[in-house]
Design a protein around this ligand. Structure first.
Ligand code: PEP
Length: 252
């Protein structure tokens, strides 16, 4: 039985005051015995404070990106060891906004994945197709390529301590959600790709969905057999909404 996982990707939102309010709402509202792993991913500068506030809670902390290098002259970058040092457990790698806006290619994403695991962080590896790729019938080919780029360098056993997030690019921040059937189809494909290499790892791998998940649609998406929770953007910025999504994940 896979334990559901829900992470909030705050993107470039928040302030110390807003974060304090949001985190307070989450800590107060999350049941002590949550049957899902829950995490929030604030911007780098708020990680330390967030980890401090959440220290005695069941909510984990993740970063939104990481440098592929471990130390040195990389102005503006943050190393995996630093993320670990300030209390992170998770790190998002390969988010479509990083791939599209900052031109992070499959090879760089794979190096970031390796850098994260080398410090004991759990990567949340994002894969997903653009609208054009979907319309041309290339969805499974694209996610297979993105996945293989990591597995070819990290090895299949790397997925023992990772989460995969299927995030169709056309559904991120657009209000357009994949139907539960569309999500299930791609999640099953991803699990099948992993199973070709290792059936046990595939059965245990958490594959979460991301793309305009809200309290109103979370339950039916999370009900699909290969959907193990969500990576939540906009809806993770409001405590009530995020808590409802977490509750929907725990219902399965
Ligand atoms: C995301 O940024 O990973 C995401 C899924 O965003 P949203 O939920 O806002 O679509």
């Amino acid at each position: 039985m896979r334990r559901p996982f829900v992470a909030g990707n705050w993107k470039m939102h928040g302030s110390r005051a807003e974060n304090a309010q949001l985190l307070d709402g989450l800590v107060q509202g999350l049941p002590a015995q949550a049957s899902a792993d829950i995490a929030v991913c604030p911007p780098f500068v708020y990680l330390w404070e967030t980890a401090r506030v959440l220290k005695s809670s069941a909510i984990g902390v993740g970063a939104q990106s990481v440098c592929a290098e471990s130390i040195g002259a990389f102005t503006g970058e943050v190393a995996a060891s630093m993320l670990k040092d300030v209390g992170c457990t998770y790190v998002i790698v390969g988010h479509s906004e990083r791939r599209a806006i900052y031109r992070e290619d499959d090879a760089l994403v794979a190096r970031k994945f390796l850098a994260s695991q080398s410090q004991g962080l759990i990567p949340i590896l994002c894969v997903g197709e653009t609208l054009e790729e979907r319309e041309q019938g290339h969805t499974t080919e694209v996610v297979s390529r993105q996945l293989a780029a990591v597995l070819d360098v990290a090895g299949i056993s790397a997925l023992d301590t990772a989460v995969v997030a299927y995030e169709p690019v056309w559904a991120i921040g657009t209000g357009k959600t994949a139907t539960p059937e569309q999500a299930q189809e791609v999640h099953a494909h991803i699990r099948g790709e992993v199973a070709r290499r290792d059936a046990k790892i595939a059965a245990e791998l958490r594959i979460v969905y991301g793309g305009s998940v809200k309290a109103a649609n979370a339950r039916e998406i999370f009900a699909k057999p290969d959907v193990d929770g969500g990576l939540i953007g906009g809806a993770s910025l409001k405590a009530d909404e995020f808590l409802k999504i977490c509750a929907a994940a725990q219902a399965h």
